[in-house]
Design a protein around this ligand. Sequence first.
Ligand SMILES: Nc1ncnc2c1ncn2[C@@H]1O[C@H](COP(=O)(O)OP(=O)(O)O[C@H]2O[C@H](CO)[C@@H](O)[C@H](O)[C@H]2O)[C@@H](O)[C@H]1O
Length: 771
Amino acid sequence: MFSQLLSSPPASSPAGAVACRLSHIATRPLIPSPLPTRKIRLNCIDYNGSACTVRFMNAVYRGLSVGLVPINQMKGNPPGAIRRSSSAEGQEDSDKDDEDITDDTLRATIKQSKKVLEMQKNLLRQIVERRKLISSIKDDVAAKEDETVSYNQNESSFSNVDIDNDEDFDRTNNPRSHSDSYAQTTEADVLDYGEETTDRTEVEQSVAETLGLLREADLEQSQPQDMLPVTFEESEYYTMNDEILEVSAEGGMQGSNEQQEVPPEEGILDSAPLAGPNVMNVIVVAAECAPWSKTGGLGDVVGALPKALARRGHRVMVVAPRYGDYAEPKEVGVRKRYKVDGQDTDVMYYHAYIDCVDFVFIDSPVFRRIGNDIYGGNRLDILKRMVLFCKAAVEVPWHVPCGGICYGDGNLVFVANDWHTSLLPVYLKAYYRDNGLMIYARCVLVIHNIAHQGRGPVDDFSYVDLPGHYMDFFKLYDPVGGEHCNIFAAGLKAADRLVTVSHGYAWELKTPEGGWGLHRIINDNGWKFQGIVNGIDTRSWNPKFDVYLQSDGYTNYSLETLQMGKSQCKAALQRELGLPVRDNVPIISFIGRLDDQKGVDLIADAMSWLVGQDLQLVMLGTGRPDLEDMLRKFESEHRDKIRGWVGFSVKMAHRFTAGADVLLMPSRFEPCGLNQLYAMMYGTVPVVHAVGGLRDTVKQFDPFNETGLGWTFKRAKANKMIEALGHCLNTYRNYKKSWEGLQRRGMMQDLSWDNAAQSYEDVLVAAKYQW
Ligand SMILES: Nc1ncnc2c1ncn2[C@@H]1O[C@H](COP(=O)(O)OP(=O)(O)O[C@H]2O[C@H](CO)[C@@H](O)[C@H](O)[C@H]2O)[C@@H](O)[C@H]1O
């Protein structure tokens, strides 16, 4: 099929660049026939050195390259019919067309193509400008609408403020508002050019689609049902007049001197796919995905890693439950039925395409209205939800057409996350691969936190709906739980590869203390296990672009404006929390789930020392009721120094990070930790327990060599934490230059997901070729 067209062009072929550039197409799954296409013409040179008009057949639509076929061979031929078709008729047509093409035609063609490219360049510039404009207008509007809880010392305490999850996510719309603004930009652009010729509109639309700008709804409105949008690949090479021009999706032709001030990581490729021939279909499956659903770091990872994989050229989908009425995802009109505990349960699918990633949400009554309590309910309720979710998720590549075409099961790797989706690799094996289906699909399982495993009595096995011999995957004995059914254990055994979120945690997981009963299984599967340190979403967690710093006296800042910007944010935070506004008092912050893991009790143990210092302590968290009460109590006892914000507020998490001088993370264990990474990005110096990912990411400050990023303490004990904090405060107060050095080194790191995505790609490739 297309591989015949695209592989091994004659060495002399001027079209070699086109062909080689698109060679990864051959590795993609087969596409359904008849292939829905929409005509867009690109004049270029074929393998024989002749001019030809090529037509993208839904080509590279939404990251999936499905074909590049010379238009003169499309006439009457199915997609598989290619230039060197053995069909006599095809050969005749082809020869005749070749003869018709003269040098003049070629010159005219090249001229026309140049015009088209110039037009694209202009359009791209306009899109970038409009997107900036619209998103700044939207941010202003959002900022005005944003509920601000102004603190009144005489009235209420912050510790009484519980932030409603949904409400907060509504206010946390920023990643989504970007996508909205894309969509609006596109609408505006399309309107502007509404009077133009069809050809031009097609090109513009394709460019807009390249940028991920068109929403599903836009496409439905603007095109006949049977025509799918076409697009140039995010960044494509065209051979023109022996020149290779690279069209950058961001700012027109590469090499242009224009400097655009836009947030990084917009999910838009500005170069050829970095993954090269390793381009794959990747489906990330998780119980939460920010900004739609988030209880902690898992949501952040699932919201960001897929975009980084997409930037490398992979076709990437995220599958998560639909907990609420999300604005962007639209129903795809597919309904499927799965058995859970003997009962038929219907699911529907919602889809949105944002930042080059397909987000698919599985809708069922069991997921609705639990957005504020994703892991709530009794053990069996949660288990049944996860059975349904995993059964549905594993079939998504067959049932959910993303951009009109299902992913299919070829060249496919699932990435499951934590125990909630550990049934996925088991189902993939038991239902499909054991039966000769989906034999090329693989599953990588990522461990974000081994403390939660989906443990239950052995009888729980009856709910997972698997053949009896699979019991061995689940049955586990350990001194704590006795003989029990362990969902995570089954996933670890069945997955093709295992990843955890830092090197330190990878090591800890192999120990009895760190493996929480699963260390033996992890050791047995050590050959397929490795650590990859998380990255961060440097668009939403970036002091330069942070939308939560654009109102209430906060300000965006960067390395260049660090001192002024940060002290303005500090003053704004003190004002917002009703603390004395003083620039020279250090603010220490804590953000996190209030549970054993995060070591908030160490802060309690150190309270008398803390309140004896000239400092301000601000804590944001939700979780165990006794720890929530503790926060409230600290605040009421030390109103001049301490604020304990009980609730989940993404806005306040950003503002704490920007306004504080120090982030305290006394976690007992920490697989990776994202808050310390966010803190460093904002010039906030971390003081952490040297464990798991915290040890990997926070290098101890060395005052003699002026190196390091913060302070670490080796044991999770209050006195050790106090010691580290003491050094930290001494440096803050007496060694301003060293302090600034710490801040700057933290901010200058590349903490983006791009590095981690590359390592994930290696794992995906290893899984793909593993039998
Ligand atoms: N009250 C609150 N209001 C608003 N935001 C709040 C909040 N409490 C926490 N958050 C946010 O939730 C996230 C927490 O992420 P972490 O990685 O620090 O921990 P978590 O234990 O949830 O994640 C697990 O998975 C991640 C991802 O792999 C690992 O980094 C980590 O070590 C592991 O325990 C951050 O974005 C933080 O700002």
